[in-house]
Design a protein around this ligand. Structure first.
Ligand SMILES: C[S@@+](CC[C@H](N)C(=O)[O-])C[C@H]1O[C@@H](n2cnc3c(N)ncnc32)[C@H](O)[C@@H]1O
Length: 257
């Protein structure tokens, strides 16, 4: 299991998360995509696996007031933080490992994972077993939506150099989008520029470090979208949608039982 509390991460505190990742172009784009998909599926009950402090859970709850949404995370402290932040009647949080969740029957109409599927540790068979268990225990017609950073199709899972080079793009994009968000609405004075640069630099550094972990397959076990499609279809899922969200790795795959 990844030691989340020791790894530098946007997700170890809501404060850090709000200041950095929440301001990046890619996090905004992936959440926007999630909302479009929920709108398309029109579910009564949604489960989020790997919900962290509930940023996406709350986004769905706010837009779809008649939808019940339950977030699962296996870190008790994060689940407690999410519960404290919750202001919605239609939201609940539960502390549970998603691999165990998959082994139980669920009546959810839609299950989504946003930046969480890649936390299922290697070997890849663990991801396949997770999908198999979900398929067995989901209702017929229910959906799984995986919103993720994917390895580009033309880069091998173990091609470390290319992965690190590719991640430089994320690092630069993280810097740029966080910088402009930090500056937004403020005069271009030296102190504001300095502050925006400091915030953006943290984002850049965090993405750079993430790229090294991805390349080493250490704590971040990314795959290709096409790999999920192939494995999911072997299990019996239908692929409803498989698309890139941007040019720096974000993508989405929507599967139906
Ligand atoms: C990058 S965060 C996800 C962020 C969140 N979905 C969002 O939209 O902002 C990944 C989360 O997945 C959780 N996680 C990782 N492996 C898990 C597992 N096996 N079961 C449940 N939660 C897990 C981590 O604790 C972490 O909070």
């Amino acid at each position: 299991m990844k030691n989340f509390d020791k790894t530098p991460s946007f997700y170890n505190s809501k404060e850090v998360f709000d200041k950095y990742l929440n301001n990046t172009s890619y996090y905004k784009a992936i959440q926007k995509c999630l909302i479009k998909i929920v709108n398309f599926v029109n579910p009564k009950k949604v489960i989020e696996l790997g919900s962290a402090t509930g940023s996406s859970t709350f986004k769905v709850a706010e837009k779809f007031k008649n939808t019940k949404i339950v977030g699962y995370d296996f870190r008790a402290n994060i689940v407690e933080e999410a519960k404290k932040l919750n202001k919605f009647d239609n939201v609940d949080f539960i502390c549970k490992d998603m691999l165990d969740f998959a082994k139980e029957k669920t009546n959810a109409d839609m299950i989504f994972l946003l930046y969480a599927f890649h936390h299922i540790i290697d070997p890849l068979q663990t991801k396949i077993d997770f999908l198999k268990n979900l398929h067995k225990n989901m209702k017929i017609g229910a959906y799984i939506c995986i919103l993720e950073t994917f390895i580009p199709e033309d880069i091998g899972l173990n091609d470390k150099e290319k992965i690190v080079n590719f991640w430089q793009l994320r690092s630069q994009e993280g810097y740029a989008s966080t910088f402009w968000n930090a500056l937004k609405g403020r005069d271009v004075k030296v102190e504001n520029l300095t502050r925006a640069k400091e915030i953006a630099a943290f984002c850049k550094e965090n993405e750079y470090e993430a790229g090294l972990l991805v390349a080493e397959r250490k704590d971040e076990y990314l795959v290709h979208k096409s790999w999920i499609k192939n494995e999911a279809e072997k299990i019996g899922f239908k692929t409803i949608l498989i698309e890139d969200i941007n040019a720096i790795g974000e993508g989405v795959i929507l599967l139906q039982k």
